[in-house]
Design a protein around this ligand. Structure first.
Ligand code: MN
Ligand code: MN
Length: 468
């Protein structure tokens, strides 16, 4: 009977296999992750932090090699930043570049509220900022929360002013109002979609007027004075800014047993952080390793910093040129022969909302990294469908390294679905599969992950970079 039982596949909780020492490692990793994600809420903040840490680990800007005409050799480490919002890191391998790369990819943009071009106005002696949301959000989730403003303002002379308002506990936060329940009879009859609409997402930022009683918009003027005093900017400078309104405050441990993480922007910084950490922990390699962290995934991967831009291909061409005698054929072969884990978050089964999930093909908290053979929606439309040959190889590697893994679909077949950057890389003819960490509350201001899954993702990425 025991032999027959061994034929079954059971997806166990990773917690069950951990020793006391393992649990300490799981918690230590999530402590570092909580520090990172509390500080890095925008794509620019992620790129800056990743570069700072990478340089400490011996990574150099690829431009230093390009400008000096120096060649790259096995063991060298370089990075390329695209407009400060997308980052590619390379650990050069000992094998010919045509053998292909080992690629870990993830995205570092997250749903949020962006300020409009002309955001600042006064209404009823209150100063407000107009926003246009970025990515898919449930608008009602963003009211009556402490919010912060992160981003840059670029002045006419090219000076970049970095702005973070609302994170320091001694500093004020900002926020969006909702109607009191006592006067919500009409609002409560609306559908959830219409209860709070896009043009209602106006951020309150002030209520004190300037002294001049004859001036118009005295509260707005006072805000402008504050901004000018602190940052040296004026109203026109908003036109050349990228200011993102995000939930204020630090990420936290979640649950009485502290087994989970509550944080803003875990989609997809949880996969970005662990992919990046796996590369930093990799000291040498046969095939060249790449970690690719992209922007604009939440709005369709378009634009100069999205996955569809030529940045990645161009950077690979530069690396081929720095490692060997350049040929376009080598660039194409290196990409075609690559293997990739394209990581993004999955939906973890939520017992509060079981009706949208198919229990046998859902991800569960604590059962490890998730592999999605395919994403897509309704008839697998628009999906990248990974090859069973590649999945078999991954199963073998994960087994050898005792990594907990599971598989999932995003929800019931006819319910919906999604997609990420995998299909864009798949166009080169490389082996690529969607993978990542499962979340509750995906795209909400505060998303939840399992600390065991974060740890297993790191282990999975390390095993991939070592073995594939
Ligand atoms: Mn995502
Ligand atoms: Mn997303």
């Amino acid at each position: 009977m025991s032999d027959v039982k061994s034929l079954e596949k059971k997806y166990e909780l990773a917690w069950d296999k951990y020793s006391e020492k393992d649990v300490k490692k799981v918690f230590a990793l999530s402590d570092d992750y909580i520090d990172f994600i509390s500080k890095c809420k925008t794509e620019r903040e992620c790129v800056k932090e990743f570069i700072t840490l990478a340089e400490k680990n011996g990574y150099k800007n690829i431009d230093t090699y390009i400008n000096k005409g120096n060649k790259l050799k096995a063991g060298d480490k370089v990075y390329a930043s695209n407009m400060g919002k997308t980052l590619a890191l390379f650990l050069i391998g000992s094998e010919p570049i045509e053998k292909g790369f080992k690629i870990l990819g993830a995205h570092i943009d997250s749903p949020r509220l962006d300020l409009k071009q002309n955001p600042l106005y006064e209404d009823s002696e209150l100063a407000l900022l107009k926003t246009h949301y970025y990515g898919g959000i449930k608008k009602y989730q963003w009211v009556t929360l402490p919010l912060a403003i992160h981003g840059v303002v670029v002045k006419k002379d090219g000076t970049i002013v970095n702005i973070v308002i609302g994170e320091d506990e001694k500093e004020p936060v900002v926020g969006i109002s909702d109607l009191l329940i006592h006067l919500s009879a009409d609002q409560m009859k609306k559908t959830v979609d219409k209860g709070i609409e896009g043009e209602d997402l106006n951020v309150f930022i002030g209520s004190i007027p300037v002294e001049d009683k004859d001036a118009k918009d005295r509260v707005k003027l006072n805000v402008l004075r504050l901004l000018n005093d602190k940052y040296g900017i004026d109203e026109e400078d908003f036109v050349s800014s990228e200011l993102e309104v995000v939930p204020a405050g630090r990420a936290r441990s979640y649950g009485l047993d502290s087994s989970m993480v509550m944080a803003y922007g875990q989609d997809d910084k949880v996969c970005a952080y662990t992919s990046y950490a796996a590369l930093m922990n990799t000291k040498q390699t046969d095939k060249t390793c790449i970690v690719l962290l992209v922007d604009k995934e939440e709005v369709g991967s378009i634009g100069a910093t999205g996955m569809q831009s030529k940045f990645f291909e161009n950077t690979v061409a530069e690396v081929v040129n720095l490692v060997e005698d350049y040929s376009e054929l080598k660039v194409r072969r290196s990409l075609t022969n690559s293997k990739m884990l394209s990581s993004d978050v999955s939906a973890a089964f939520d017992p509060n909302y079981p009706s949208v999930m198919e229990k046998r093909n859902s991800a569960y908290f604590g059962k490890g990294i998730v592999f999605n053979k395919y994403t897509g929606a309704r008839g697998k439309g628009g999906c990248n469908d990974a090859n069973p040959e590649f999945i078999a190889e991954l199963r073998d590697i994960m087994g050898k390294h005792n990594v907990s893994w599971q598989t999932s679909e995003l929800g019931k077949v006819d319910q919906g679905g999604g997609g990420t950057i995998a299909y864009i890389l798949a166009e080169y003819g490389m082996q690529v599969i969607d993978s990542g960490v499962a979340l509750h509350n995906m795209h909400a201001p505060w998303e939840i992950s399992s600390k065991a899954d974060i740890y297993e993702a790191l282990k999975a990425y390390e095993a991939f970079l070592l073995e594939i």
